[in-house]
Design a protein around this ligand. Structure first.
Ligand SMILES: [Cu+2]
Length: 166
């Protein structure tokens, strides 16, 4: 980790305040220093479970549903990459990304929350993002959330994508 990388991350990403950082998470450790500019005051929301998991939307209160679907295009599941960052590309169908934070939510507007190893590490208002990584194996999951940063019900979440950095 060096200062150059930190500055580059801050300049290119809207960093979400992590709601729960595993002390052992390599990426969380990288990103913890860059979480200052969070434009997103997150309600404490549990990380999304993989599709089909029980209890994915428990205790979230009444939330609208959305017809949107989201998936990870890149990296490919099982990919092995080298370098100090991974390029993530998301496909979102049935909704559009809006940068506004509002409680006047619509089922077809929102933004993406990105989880690495169950930690919410970053968010931007686009469909592509570079995330700094160290060698290791990671699980990536993306969720489409409403413009108030809270999930839809049922949650609009991608399948898990595993990738290895060497
Ligand atoms: Cu958000």
């Amino acid at each position: 980790m060096n200062g150059t990388m930190t500055r580059r991350i801050a300049a290119t990403s809207r960093i979400h305040a992590p709601t729960r950082i595993a002390a052992t998470s390599r990426i969380a450790a990288v990103l913890i220093a860059t979480t200052i500019a969070a434009g997103c005051a997150t309600a404490p929301t549990p990380p999304p479970s993989a599709p089909g998991s029980p209890g994915a939307s428990a205790s979230l209160g009444p939330r609208p549903s959305s017809n949107a679907t989201v998936r990870v295009v890149q990296p490919a599941s099982g990919a092995t990459i080298s370098g100090t960052s991974v390029h993530i590309v998301i496909d979102l169908q049935g909704a559009k990304i809006v940068s506004a934070t509002t409680t006047a939510i619509r089922p077809d507007e929102g933004h993406l929350h990105l989880y690495v190893d169950n930690s919410l590490v970053s968010m931007n208002y686009g469909l592509a993002q570079d995330i700094p990584v160290h060698p290791g194996t990671y699980v990536l999951r993306v969720e489409f959330v409403a413009a108030d940063h809270a999930p839809f019900s049922p949650r609009v979440v991608s399948s898990d994508v595993f990738f290895t950095v060497k």
